[in-house]
Design a protein around this ligand. Sequence first.
Ligand code: FEO
Length: 399
Amino acid sequence: MHCVRKVTDDIYWIGANDKRLHLFENIHPIEDGVSYNSYVLLDEKTVLLDAADWSVGKQFIENLEFVLNGRPLDYMIINHMEPDHCASMEEVLLRHPETKVISTAKAFKMMEQFGFCNLGETITVKEGDEMNFGKHTFTFISAPMVHWPEVMVTFDTTDGVLFSADAFGSFKSLDGKLFADEVDFDRDWIDEARRYYTNIVGKYGPQVMNLLKKAEGIDIKIICPLHGLVWRKGIGYFIDKHIKWATYEPEEKGVLIAYASMYGNTENAAQILAAKLCEKGVTNIRMYDVSKTHVSYLISDAFKYSHIALLSVTYTNDLYPPMEEFIRDMQRLSLQNRTFAIVENGTWAPQANKVMCKMIGEMKNMTLLNEKLSMLSSVKEDTYEALDALADTIAESLK
Ligand code: FEO
């Protein structure tokens, strides 16, 4: 049975949710699933904006046919051709051979690469092109690398609706509530929105800023992304979050403590550091064991907090692999402008500090508060005092 929601008088959300999928892009855990958003404009012409993942194809097609109510589908706009949005486009075209597909030249090329063929009549658009469908005129705005190179976004100049592709998206499936003003966003959604942005689009901050600059010139009333909630109130709040993330500025002054511990001794050091920070008035702390926390959560909080304390054991004369993966991911996603503190542990030849120093040094605009805090196997009095002094240094730099 169909399950749709009205966005405006003429625009419907016809997406669907996947609560069964464990890993988004087969890499990021999504405990609360994900939504694949698709929209239909009913004007003098009918227009579908993006399709959906194959896993929700049946629901998506049922929704489409319900909304069309027997009308032909005149156009299908593909803003982003990644298969989580495009996999069911051929199914749409099999049912609606009358449909003309509108997209960028690069997207058509990539559709061919993926084997999305039999497209019928196509219309290639570029930055600034416009199309009128009756009451509504759409402008196409190129948005390369948000999140793939072929991406564009579509702006409905009539109602001020931005169909923003992956931009302004989020992990988490929808529980009937489509609009951000229908949920407690700060309580229930911000962490998954940040985790989605930072891990999926985080590397492309400059390209996101380019898109946001273009958006400054248009009067956006509603944002319709391809994943997550639709925004029709308080849009500035979410745009401000994206500006922070895209410019690699921390959202909060606080400390992410990530530790790699084999027998609990490095964890003990992390706990002591956290307790000392609290005693000195720094309570905005989040602590993770890198071995049991998926790196996507670490990345999300690395984008959130201003300070990052890394405590790691040495492993095979090198850095402990999950810690190395975390730092590599920060590098890969171009994280910048953070302040680090490091602690190493080793029983006969500690190496972790050296590797962490080098890796942090390879990133842009990173400050390292200490070159070395080394412990041998477990925390003794001297390490305890050194951790206290490190907490002083961190607290001071947070002022
Ligand atoms: Fe949700 Fe880049 O696809």
